[in-house]
Each structure stands twice: as C-alpha cells, then as structure tokens.
Write a protein that binds this ligand. Structure first.
Ligand SMILES: Cc1ncc(COP(=O)(O)O)c(C=O)c1O
Length: 439
C-alpha cells in the first residue's frame, strides 16, 4: 500500500492502527485485516436537519438567532483596537519563573485535590490587598470570589440577582453588550438608561430597577467618568429602592487625571454594591481572571452559584497570579505601562483636536485604554465612520454597544496596542479623507 500511494510505511501502519482502533478494520495477529461490516444505518445516514434557531427543546432565552456579531476585519497587530492591552511589555519571564516555581512545589507536595470554587485563599488575599490599596475598595479575602474574567462575574451575578420575568435590570446605553447578554439570559427585564458626560443619567432610572449595572470609572464605551454627584445620587437611589449596584471597574487601574473618584463600593454604606474587577486589561485577557467583591449578605449564595457554574477553579494560574501580585509584579507592570498608555492617549487627543475637530469631539475621560469621540453632525455618520474605519482600523462605532439608535453617534478608539508615533499619521490621513483631499 505504501508503495502504491508513494507514502512512508509508517504512515500506512498508523492509518491501519487508527482504522482498527475506530472499528473500521478487524485485525488478528498473522491474518490479513478485514473491513468491518458497518451497519447500513451508519452508511446511509441522511444529513441531519439543521434548524438555525427556534427549536422548542431549547430554553426560550437561547432560542432566538444569536445576536449578530459585527463583522471584524482582520486587524494589523498595531491598530486602534478597543479593549486590548499591549502584550509586548508583559513580563513573561517573571510569569514563566513563577509558574515553574509553582509546578516544582506541586511536584513535591501534589495538588491532586480539587481547589475551592471561590478561588484559592492566597489569590483572594492578594486581590483583597490589591483592590484595597489601588482602588480603596473596602474588603477582605472572604469577600472575594475569583471568576473566569469579568464575563463570568456578570453571569454569576445575573443568576444570583434575577428572578426570571420579574427583576428589572437597568443597563447603560450605550453599554458593554456581555453584561446585557448575561442578565437577559437569566430572564431579567432589561431597561436601557442613557449616559452623558457625567456617566449614567441616574434621574432616568426606572423606579422599579432592582439591579443597576454601571462602569463609573470609565464608562464603556463613552469613557465618561461618573461625577461624584451622580455617584451619590445612584447610591441614594439604591438605598431608597432596595436596589443593588453592579460596579464594573474593568480598566480603572490606568488613570491619567487628577485624583480618581472613589469607587461606588468605597462610598457605599449600605452593603448594596457588587464590585467586579478583571485582570484582562492590567495583565492580559487570555489569563481569564476576574473577581467579585460581594457584600456580606450575598457571599454564601454567590459561592453556591459559583460552585454550580464551575465546581472548582484552575489553581495553577491562580497560584501564579497570587505570587505575581504579592511580589509586587502587578503594581510594577501597571506603573511601567502607565506612561506608555498616557503618551498614546495624549497623541490621540492631540490628533483628534488638531486634525479632526471639524468632525469629532472627544468625550472627557481620565482612565482606561480607550477614548471616545462624538460626531459633530449625526447626519454624516455613515461617511465619517467609513473613513474612520479605513484610516484608523480597529476603532468601533458606539452603535455596536447600543440598544436601539443613539441620539449622538460616537466612535471609540483603543490605544492599548497602537504606538504613539503612528497616531499623528493616522489622524492626518483621516483628516485628508474627510476633507476630500484624498487619503
Ligand atoms: C466594560 C467591560 N467590562 C469588563 C471587561 C472585561 O471582561 P473579561 O474580564 O471577561 O475579559 C471588558 C473587556 O473588554 C469591558 O469592556
């Protein structure tokens, strides 16, 4: 057979072994292999009918067509992509060393038991110390549940807080779509609430909202910082209505303004805030590490939800992350990245002001890895967006974050993976395209 096909003998042997293992051949020592009799049913199987959606065996929340995913162009490594940090400066060598150390320790002691679903104690302690120090979040290790990114935190909180068909959940509009998806899947009645330059418009909250999801440090996607007046008003709303707040502090480690405003969790006196954090921006998203700091009354139930969703956790990555935080590498990495991101942000702001002021108006913002700018004339949105996408690939329309049409279209530019030096060229090119003098 090998000669006939012009392939190596070992390749043929491997093919025979595979066919035998899967039951297509029967072979006995010393005898020729014979082809098994496959059941006629198997051979004649009709193609399975495929229904894209609507099958009644699927729970109603999942029955409809999947929400359309915006077409994502293949982006160059350096682009204005939103929401990704720069991996080139990550201390991989440190991570490798800490991983090796952990594996050596496991080799001696053996990790062959299941780790706790809420996260290993050293990581919960490290996170508690980290958020207490960096964000003045009031917490101890027992208040922390480790999750697979903020994404899983939203799913757990939705399961914890929503009574299907009854609970009204207020979400920012525009706002981060995965939050909406998690609460909608849990059966919440979603109410979109507008945001402006001061963050969520608290006076537009429906009185029956029992959960309010917000990004006060750096609204997603507009970048607005929630003013202190709004923070106080939101906490007063929650107190008066018995509502809880889900505070998503996804990229607040990177701050560029004056003193940051306190987190809602820090200001809260009523145990009404779930603080959600993630290492997706400060380290990298593939790490899949996030956490919830929960008020005392909800901790036992939240741990049960976590245990149900994911009985345990990946203790290796958790142990490495705990050591990374405890030994000061996280703080050092954030400190090292801060001036790099600050320079990119400044170059972007300058470019927007110098080249694009006729079309775009940046929304004031003091944190994170992206900036947003409103279009001065909504009527020309289609043309401006087309030109933006051509000259500044990776930028995203705020419409992708919106429920329904937005009164004022806006565009979001990430500066996590673009070099500061490349920004002026891109904004100048966009100016030429928009002013009709060619690209
Ligand atoms: C508003 C917001 N929250 C949270 C996250 C982080 O999600 P995860 O921790 O699941 O990567 C992101 C990431 O882009 C985000 O934009």
């Amino acid at each position: 057979v090998a000669e006939g096909l012009g392939v190596a003998r070992n390749t043929v042997m491997a093919a025979y072994d595979l066919l035998t293992a899967e039951g297509y051949l029967r072979s006995r020592a010393g005898a020729k292999p014979v082809v098994s009799e496959l059941s006629a049913r198997r051979l004649q199987q009709a193609p399975k009918p495929r229904r894209a959606h609507g099958d009644e065996r699927i729970a109603p929340a999942w029955r409809g067509p999947a929400p359309p995913q915006p077409a994502r162009p293949v982006l160059p490594e350096r682009s204005f992509r939103v929401g990704v940090p720069d991996h080139r400066h990550f201390p991989f060598e440190v991570w490798r060393r800490l991983s090796a150390r952990q594996l050596r320790a496991w080799g001696r002691g053996g990790p062959f038991h299941y780790p706790p679903s809420e996260g290993i104690a050293p990581l919960r302690q490290a996170i508690a110390r980290h958020v207490a120090f960096s964000r003045a979040v009031v917490c101890e290790a027992d208040d922390v549940v480790v999750t697979s990114g903020a994404g899983q935190a939203f799913d757990l909180l939705a399961r914890l807080l929503v009574t299907p068909g009854r609970t009204c959940v207020a979400v920012e509009n525009p706002g981060y779509p995965p939050v909406r998806a998690a609460f909608a899947a849990a059966g919440a009645q979603l109410v979109p609430v507008p945001v402006d330059e001061e963050g969520l418009c608290v006076d537009r909250l429906p009185p029956n909202a029992r959960v309010v999801c917000v990004t006060p440090s750096h609204q997603s996607p507009t970048g607005a910082v929630m003013s202190m007046a709004r923070r106080q008003a939101l906490l007063a709303f929650a107190r008066a209505r018995g509502a809880v707040i889900v505070e998503d502090d996804y990229d607040g480690e990177f701050r560029f303004g004056s003193r940051p405003l306190d987190a809602l969790q820090t200001l809260d006196r009523d145990e009404g805030v779930f603080y959600v954090g993630t290492f997706s921006k400060s380290l990298f998203p593939a790490l899949r590490k996030g956490f919830v700091v929960a008020p005392a009354w909800a901790q036992e139930a939240l741990r049960s939800v976590k245990r149900t969703a994911d009985t345990h956790g990946d203790a290796l990555a958790q142990a490495v992350l705990a050591a990374f935080i405890d030994e000061g590498h996280l703080a050092r990495h954030v400190r090292r990245m801060q001036p790099l991101y600050a320079a990119r942000r400044e170059a972007l702001l300058q470019g927007l002001r110098r080249d694009l002021a006729d079309w775009l108006e940046p929304i004031p913002s003091e944190a994170g890895l992206h900036l947003c700018a409103r279009l001065r004339r909504p009527a020309e949105a289609a043309r401006v967006m087309r030109a933006v996408m051509a000259c500044m690939p990776g930028a995203q329309s705020a419409a992708e974050y919106a429920m329904g049409p937005l009164a004022r279209p806006a565009v979001t530019f990430g500066y996590g993976v673009i070099d500061a030096a490349a920004i002026p060229k891109a904004t100048a090119q966009l100016r030429r395209m928009l002013s009709g003098s060619g690209a």
